[in-house]
Design a protein around this ligand. Sequence first.
Ligand code: COA
Length: 254
Amino acid sequence: MTDILKHIDAGVMTLTFNRLERKNAITSAMYGEMADAIAQAQTDAAVRVVVIQGHESIFSAGNDIGDFLQHPPTTPQANVFRFLRGIAELEKPLLAAVAGPAVGIGTTLLFHCDLVYAGDNAAFSMPFVNLGLCPEAASSLLVPQMFGYHRAAEALLLGEPFYAEAALEVGLVNRVLPPTEVNAYVQTQARKLSGKPLSSVLETKRLMKGVQSKTVLDRMDVEIASFGRMLQAPAAQEAFGAFMAKRKPDFSKI
Ligand code: COA
């Protein structure tokens, strides 16, 4: 069984995180599969809308930390960055169904979605500082823009989780639903979009994204350089070592 399920029906490509035993933590191989699927969606006439979803109990625990240590994404060609550029540049609509925890990239990928629906059990977090890292996916730009600076600082500097109602209030999610209904509801919304004239959908998305598109890609590149460097530095090594050893990290000397 693959860790990313890909299904195309009625013009909707659905990508499902399918690694429940690891809380849908994402490996480099999984990023590669998703990057390839997004590249296919961009050009395949059978795809008019893309959906990313998890399970009703967990969206994603973010980067797989063990895999991260084995395959550190230190170059712009790394699968994770290929995936992130892919969703930032995708011309077709991208929807997400989020239930349960959405950690790290599980939250930051949502800033590149056009519509996001959440279960009332959704818990969003961007604990990059707690891991000795810095934001990715242009979240250092997009989170302050959407949340306002002080709420962004709470989310990105303290790395504390925030929940479905707060995400609704700041505009990160469109609607909160019972967790068992989120995936089905997103399929309904995706099919609505799939039935609309594609040329008009594409042009409307392009116009809404506007001049911001290049700024987002530029910010991703700046973040990638910092992220790659910080991944090898003592703080991240301590944070990841502590996670693997199931102990609290000790940053007192870093
Ligand atoms: N990378 C690798 N393994 C992970 C993981 C990750 N990001 N997240 C969870 N796992 C593993 C756990 O180590 C555990 O493994 P074990 O069964 O061998 O002990 C298993 O998945 C189940 O996780 P657990 O923590 O017991 O589940 P939970 O329901 O109590 O909590 C989370 C779920 C997502 C809140 C919690 O696992 C978590 O915070 N994970 C780390 C998230 C993180 O820091 N991600 C990196 C972002 S850059």
